[in-house]
Write a protein that binds this ligand. Structure first.
Ligand code: ZN
Length: 207
């Protein structure tokens, strides 16, 4: 374990809507989720008819035979915050998959009603207790077999006391060269391996 300051989980934060795993609830029916399972085909959200899988535009897609609705599958945007607080990097230990138990920057789903930067600021506050200002876009990360897109911003804290939110079991502050050593994930999950790489890339300036 890196010699970094630990700040114990301090009370219940406002419920953090949007762990990465929530995407499972958002995916259309009949597609492979990031957990590797395939959901069962369901019904047309417009008219209730059972959807059928047909080739459309070169891909197998679910289509409603009655009204023509096509269940397009789109990756869900996730905002991520690489936060500096008093000269150190803020990481939270994830409670949920993917990469439960790993240290990662605060991250969560972008919701309708907010911009991506607003979502990043909100998630940062929910997961770390800190009010932050964004400084720059770090990068946009996606992979063809992963059903989320991560938009990562760099920011700094304006105030607040670091405290782990609902989606985290612990919060830590890591100075330069103090990042926790984390082994690559076991198993075959593309999402796990991809997310592990994203975490390493966005935190690389602190290595
Ligand atoms: Zn329909």
């Amino acid at each position: 374990m890196a010699p970094a300051e630990r700040v114990d989980r301090a009370g219940e934060e406002a419920s953090g809507t949007g762990t990465l795993d929530d995407v499972v609830a958002n995916v259309p029916s009949g597609i492979k989720t990031k957990r590797g399972r395939t959901t069962q085909s369901r019904y047309c959200p417009q008219c209730g008819t059972h959807l059928v899988v047909v080739p459309i535009e070169g891909k197998d897609r679910e289509r409603c035979p009655a009204c023509g609705f096509i269940a397009y599958r789109n990756p869900v945007p996730v905002g991520l915050a690489v936060i500096e607080h008093e000269g150190r990097l803020v990481l939270v230990r994830r409670r949920e998959r993917p990469l439960a138990g790993y240290w990662a920057p605060p991250a969560g789903y972008v919701e309708v009603g907010e911009s991506v930067p607003e979502a990043v600021v909100r998630e940062a506050h929910e997961e770390s207790g800190l009010t932050i200002a964004l400084d720059a876009l770090v990068g946009v990360y996606s992979q063809r077999d992963v059903d989320v897109v991560i938009i990562a911003y760099r920011g700094h804290s304006l105030g607040g006391v670091p405290a782990a939110g609902d989606d985290a079991s612990e919060i830590g502050l890591f100075g330069p060269g103090e990042l926790p050593k984390q082994l690559p994930p076991a198993g075959e999950s593309p999402t796990d391996h991809w997310f592990y790489g994203v975490i390493r890339e966005v935190t690389a300036p602190w290595e």
